[in-house]
Design a protein around this ligand. Structure first.
Ligand SMILES: Cc1cc2nc3c(=O)[nH]c(=O)nc-3n(C[C@H](O)[C@H](O)[C@H](O)COP(=O)(O)OP(=O)(O)OC[C@H]3O[C@@H](n4cnc5c(N)ncnc54)[C@H](O)[C@@H]3O)c2cc1C
Length: 559
């Protein structure tokens, strides 16, 4: 096997060294879905692009969504037909270019008397949704009687149930989608600086912008220069806009964003065993929440509240927990839906574009591109589903500005058809045959998460079979996957590995269990040997992991 460090395909130190070495065509601020999509699109257009993220990939809202890739059934209520159609088009595009990441999943929408929902009306609404998808519609929509519904989802409350409609929509693990977008960008030549914060952007009318940066792992100051800066800092984009206005370079004195918080609760699957996504209409305010099956867990969400406090940290509050529990108890008859069964929560901020005097829930999820100071473009709003399209529109504008400022031309956008790395070729059966004794759950997990890239992990296990042995029963994480994340996905902290690279396993819900602790211990030892950590640093990483959990995923006590 290769020796650690020398074999890192994604070496943070090397990327940081590149930062100061040249003038980039484009520098992207923010490593969420939007920023990574911009970086990937730019690199694939042949531009010299750099992305800086103050934390980890997807550490902002892009690992905190409900994880649907959809047009959004609920926007039919607000008559946003064009927006829904565009979302459904993007769903089809992402399913084509990243089929291992974006998949069709089954939804069941119960028709409930308590919310005045008749089955025929529901069927018509979902029929319209399918119609808006045109040739990209997902097959399978059908109506079910009350008894058929209860057979499929026995936890549903029988009283007031008038039947249901089954339909299909898209879903993806949000953090994995972002990570693979970043991997693709790096493979196309992008420089990516993780744990690097932009402290200030100094625009220039005549030359490249200068960025004052800080390495958040070492505290060291860094710098970079770029002809165009794209501010894709999500809910934090306003901070950078304000930064400009203080320097007198921007017309914009206030943020164009209205931060809206959404929270989720995670239960062990046995507390609420649903077999497909079940829509939970709230009796109180008519909002649609969801119960989503996710392997060993079921998660419920989401809320929608104006977030008026500081943007960090973002976490669920006690009233949101009560609200979600209340809606779930109205829809399901399951004693497991109780506060003391919640394993963890997660919350995120929707970076919604402000429209004065409008309720948060009625604000559009559409995006906006703003030209700030010379050579600075901000892309705000949108949703996970629209990140590829947002990137394309941002770059269509940014490349025009780049050409007029520097004469530099670029290729056309190819993200509408260019496959993601894990979609390029199926996992060869031959790779599986190399590892005949490997646990079937491990193979299934690797294929589901990495698509064709599972092949390189399986080959590693074929060379050293002990790398394929899970750290703990009931959780398919193996040392080979840890090495893959460090070597090829830029993971440099234990929390980055467990909470973002292993996101589909919902490590935040496992971390306090014996298997979760075994994975953390084993993975920290392996990371230490690959990244040259001292024992003190390794122990600090374990402490940081607990601190991050308590900051972001804890279950708030009732007020
Ligand atoms: C509760 C909830 C549910 C949702 N559900 C869905 C859904 O089901 N489907 C869907 O399509 N969309 C959904 N969304 C919307 C979607 O999650 C967001 O629109 C999307 O993730 C935003 O991505 P982003 O890259 O713009 O922002 P972020 O992911 O927040 O990324 C911005 C990044 O910028 C970084 N940053 C900030 N300041 C700096 C700086 N100074 N220097 C360097 N880096 C900086 C941050 O650390 C952050 O990582 C949901 C959102 C929420 C909150």
């Amino acid at each position: 096997m290769e020796t650690p460090r020398a074999s890192l395909a994604w070496d943070r130190e090397r990327h940081l060294q590149f930062l100061g070495e040249r003038v980039f065509d484009l520098l992207v601020v923010g490593g969420g879905a939007t920023g990574c999509s911009v970086a990937r699109d730019a690199a694939l257009r042949g531009l010299d692009v750099c992305l800086v993220e103050r934390g980890d990939l997807a550490a902002g809202s892009s690992s905190r969504s409900t994880r649907f890739i959809h047009g959004g059934l609920r926007y039919l209520k607000t008559l946003e037909f064009g927006f829904v159609r565009e979302g459904l088009q993007e769903r089809a595009t992402l399913m084509a270019v990243a089929p291992h990441l974006v998949r069709p999943v089954e939804f069941l929408f119960p028709a409930l008397r308590a919310v005045g929902m008749a089955r025929t009306r529901l069927r018509l609404g979902i029929g319209l949704y399918d119609l808006l998808a045109g040739r990209n519609r997902l097959q399978g929509t059908r109506s079910l009687s009350r008894s058929q519904t209860l057979l499929l989802e026995p936890c549903l409350r029988g009283e007031g149930l008038r039947g249901s409609v089954i339909y299909f929509d898209g879903a993806a693990d949000d953090a994995r989608l972002v990570i693979e977008t970043a991997v693709s960008a790096v493979e196309a030549g992008a420089t990516v600086g993780l744990h690097v914060e932009v402290e200030r952007i100094v625009p220039s009318d005549t030359g490249p912008a200068v960025l004052i940066l800080k390495d958040r792992l070492t505290g060291k100051p860094l710098g970079a220069r770029a002809s165009i800066v794209v501010n894709a800092a999500g809910a934090w984009a306003g901070n950078l806009l304000r930064e400009h206005s203080e320097g007198g370079k921007s017309q914009r004195a206030t943020s164009p964003l209205r931060p809206s918080r959404g929270s989720h609760l995670v239960f062990p699957r046995e507390s609420l065993p649903v077999f497909r996504v079940v829509v939970m209409p709230s009796r109180n305010d008519g909002r649609l929440l969801f119960a989503v099956p996710a392997g060993d867990f079921t998660y419920l969400g989401t809320t929608e509240v104006d977030h008026t406090g500081a943007l960090d940290p973002v976490r669920a509050d006690a009233s949101e927990v009560e609200y979600i529990l209340q809606v779930a108890k109205e829809v399901f008859d399951a004693p497991g839906i109780s506060r003391d069964r919640i394993l963890c929560t997660w919350a995120g901020i929707r970076p919604l574009v402000e429209r004065p005097h409008t309720e948060t829930g009625r604000l559009s999820r559409d995006f906006r591109i703003l030209q700030e100071a010379a050579g600075v473009v901000s892309v705000v709003g949108g949703k996970l589903t629209s990140c590829r399209r947002m990137a394309e529109a941002t770059l269509d504008l940014a490349t025009g500005i780049l050409a007029s400022r520097t004469g530099r031309t670029s290729d056309a956008c190819i993200t509408g058809w260019k496959l993601f790395p894990g979609a390029e070729g199926a996992v060869a059966e031959a790779d599986r045959e190399l590892t005949p004794g490997l646990d079937g759950e491990v193979v299934k997990h690797l294929r589901t998460v990495y698509g064709a890239r599972a092949g390189s992990i399986l080959r590693k296990i074929a060379q050293v079979p002990s790398l394929g042995r899970p750290y703990a029963p009931g959780c398919p994480v193996t040392p080979a996957e840890v090495i893959h994340a460090v070597e090829r996905e830029g993971a440099v902290r234990l929390a980055d590995l467990l909470f973002r690279r292993f996101h589909p396993l919902m490590m935040e819900a496992r971390i306090r269990s014996a298997p979760g602790k075994a994975v953390a211990e084993g993975a920290s030892r392996l990371m230490a040997s690959w990244l040259g950590w001292t024992e003190e640093r390794r122990l600090n990483e374990l402490v940081n992991l607990t601190e991050e959990w308590e900051r972001d995923f804890w279950v708030p006590r009732p007020d």
